[in-house]
Design a protein around this ligand. Structure first.
Ligand SMILES: Cc1cc2nc3c(=O)[nH]c(=O)nc-3n(C[C@H](O)[C@H](O)[C@H](O)COP(=O)(O)O)c2cc1C
Length: 210
């Protein structure tokens, strides 16, 4: 597939065939993440390939448990409806043959830490010092999504399940300096007619300053 065709035809896939992806392909997909750019080349990531159904079930239950705890704090109907929707939006990864857990490992920015010590306002710091660590990981995840699509697989970049990140840390034996920031279920698309939601036009998002 041509480079721009890969970019333009990638779409989120949430249902997969049960077939196990070829492990050489999975390695290629993670290798695409490995070479992504990262702030100060920190490469503050790790990619855990989970095939174990028992672990995936436990991760799903951990997510449901977190949403249930949230539902106990506010019983307004609208909130409970949203929670119910989010439960399914967050847990379908359990049905994928493989889930890649993307782990952020600790990275300390010297300048940001110094600005904190100098009592810069936290709200301002958020904009002056964007989270380079997470931004870098975003690039790596997109590389994986594109590589997977190019090899004929579907993925869904998932952040909603991260509500259970503390439990994920226990299940995946992570140390204190690491936590899961996204999940990427991977598999052959169940159907081939999934559609992406509409995108803004180029004219809506581009601004040229002459
Ligand atoms: C940072 C991020 C987090 C996302 N989290 C979820 C999620 O938790 N569950 C889900 O079903 N989709 C999730 N998505 C997928 C988006 O819903 C999807 O990318 C968007 O609707 C556009 O569709 P497309 O990927 O087909 O272009 C996420 C996407 C991104 C980039």
């Amino acid at each position: 597939m041509d480079f721009f065709e890969t970019i333009n035809t990638r779409k989120t896939i949430r249902k997969y065939k049960p077939d196990m992806p070829d492990m050489d392909d999975v390695r290629k997909i993670i290798d695409a993440a490995r070479v992504a750019p990262s702030a100060t080349n920190s490469q503050n990531w790790q990619f855990i390939v989970i095939k174990n159904k028992n672990i995936l079930e436990k991760m799903k239950n951990a997510v449901i448990n977190e949403y249930d705890k949230l539902a106990e704090l506010n019983t307004e109907e609208e909130f409970l409806e949203k929670i119910n929707y989010f439960k399914s939006y967050s847990t379908f990864f359990v049905n994928a043959p493989i889930v890649i857990a993307i782990v952020e490992t600790k990275r300390v920015s010297y300048i940001t830490e110094m600005m904190k010590k100098l009592n810069f306002d936290n709200e301002k710091l958020k904009y002056m010092r964007p989270d380079s660590s997470l931004l870098s990981i975003g690039g790596a995840i997109e590389n994986m999504s594109l590589a997977a699509h190019n090899l004929g697989y579907g993925t869904c970049w998932m952040v909603a399940p991260i509500i259970a990140t503390e439990e994920f840390s226990k299940l995946l034996n992570l140390d204190n300096d690491s936590h899961v920031v996204s999940l990427l279920p991977l598999g052959i698309p169940y159907r081939d007619d999934y559609q992406s939601p509409p995108k803004k036009t180029l004219e809506e998002v581009i601004k040229i300053i002459d």
